[in-house]
Ligand binder design. Structure first.
Ligand code: URA
Length: 437
């Protein structure tokens, strides 16, 4: 293979001219080995962030990053195993509800998930609110949990897509996170390295999503699907709404409680609806269900209590205390709760969900630095959200404090700064905007 002329590749990408597949592959391989220094990779990342990539370049980048480490080829081990990925939001507990619910319908779920990023909550952080829950599984334990509980959610192991780990850390400090091809290659290299039979993507849109504008969310969904072409993993995407928190709870322990409530049939309607839609696509992708039989199986699993029993089995398989399902006092408890009252009567016309997420992170429910310690009891209960009618003085939110001592008046003022009130009910946004295949 011809030697890589790094300087020439950088120069070409800077001018917006194409780079060859061989050059992308060598660049990633040599960077992962440490033969290309961070400053040259940073230059390439910035040139890509500015000039974009063709679909072919992006597909090659994704493949090169996924080949940089272990490849699990899970679909070769199981008759069918599904994965699910969300681009992240506030109160997004869909993976937690979906996993045991789908498993209760006889379809296996295997997920390598992430921690909170920016203003969004992390599935693994939420699970670690459960006493004893182990989210750092070896490959052997991952398979054992699938065998014992039909579903598993674990952190990505060191061996999966090491190129992404190095590149993501560099993007974080070089202003190159927000780039469609780089986000696509980052997400899909990890997903395709795991190699599930099918992957359902939940691409969020609205003020609490990384892609706020609808067209940007759609472009990301299309890009993620395109990157999987020819991989053997069938990928579909649902573009779902993140212009208000999903459900009432945002935090960690409170989202576990809300998850269990949905599985008991008492959860917020929006969480159940959005999860049901993704669970239904997962069942249909298995080839064992059509839309009608998938909907019926999900309804039966929920109403019969089998989905809840599956959650007990799943928590137990990952070392957690399944008694939390029947006794929420076993979860970390808030020490103080501050009620936020509506300053006027009318409608909540807008809630800046990015700000709502940052507020929740600042309470200790997320991290601002990599080594911050999560306060699992901290969070917010959004009792009233965009579109709801409120009376002056009515409680619209409960701020839950864990270990931190905070000024109630200051927190209330900050909360109200991202909520807008008005006399007219705002136009309702659909919970599911589009389904892309
Ligand atoms: N999540 C990822 O894994 N990578 C990105 O680039 C963005 C979100």
């Amino acid at each position: 293979m011809a030697d890589l002329n790094v300087y020439e590749v950088l120069n070409r990408k800077r001018r917006g001219a194409p780079i060859e597949a061989r050059e992308i592959e060598q660049f990633i391989e040599q960077y992962t080995l440490g033969a290309i220094p961070d400053y040259q990779m940073s230059a390439l990342l910035m040139a890509i962030a500015i000039n974009g990539m063709t679909t072919e370049e992006m597909a090659t980048l994704t493949q090169a990053m996924l080949h940089s480490g272990d490849e699990w080829h899970l679909r070769n081990e199981y008759d069918f195993i599904a994965d699910k990925h969300s681009t992240g939001g506030v109160g997004d507990k869909v993976s937690l509800v979906l996993s045991p619910w789908v498993a209760a319908c006889g379809i296996k779920i295997g997920m390598l998930s992430g921690r909170g990023l920016g203003h969004t909550g992390g599935t693994l952080d939420k699970l670690e609110a459960i006493p004893g829950f182990n989210a750092r599984l070896s490959r052997e334990d991952f398979n054992r949990c699938v065998a014992e509980a039909g579903c598993v959610i674990s952190t990505s192991t060191e061996g999966i897509a090491p190129a992404d780990k190095k590149i993501y850390a560099l993007r974080d400090v070089t202003g190159t996170v927000e780039s469609l091809p780089l986000i696509t290659a980052s997400i899909m290299s990890k997903k395709l390295a795991m190699g599930a039979s099918a992957l359902v993507l939940d691409v969020k849109t609205g003020s609490g999503a990384f892609m706020r504008k609808y067209q940007d969310s759609k472009a990301l969904a299309q890009s993620l699907i395109a990157a999987a072409a020819g991989s053997g993993t069938r990928v579909e995407a649902l573009i779902t709404d993140m212009d208000r928190p999903l459900g009432i709870a945002a935090g960690n322990a409170n989202e576990i409680i809300e998850t269990i409530e949905v599985l008991k049939g008492n959860g917020p309607a929006d969480v159940e609806f959005v999860t049901r839609a993704q669970a239904q696509r997962t069942l249909v992708l298995s080839g064992k269900f059509d839309d009608a039989s998938a909907a019926a199986a999900l309804e039966d699993a929920l109403r019969s209590g089998r989905a809840l029993d599956q959650a007990r089995a799943w928590i137990t398989a990952q070392g957690g205390d399944a008694k939390i399902v029947d006794d929420y006092s076993l979860l970390p408890q808030p020490k103080t709760t501050i009620e936020v009252k509506a300053p006027q009567s009318g409608f909540i016309t807008f809630m800046d969900t990015y700000q709502a997420g940052m507020f929740t992170v600042d309470l200790g429910a997320g991290r601002k630095k990599a080594d911050d310690v999560i306060d699992y009891a901290a969070g917010v209960m959004f009792d009233r959200r965009t579109g709801d009618e409120v009376r002056a003085g009515e409680t619209i939110a409960r701020i839950q404090l864990g270990n931190a001592k905070r000024d109630a008046a200051e927190l209330t003022k900050r909360f109200l700064s991202f909520v807008t009130f008005g006399d007219t009910k705002p136009e309702e946004r659909p919970l599911i905007h589009e389904h892309l295949t």
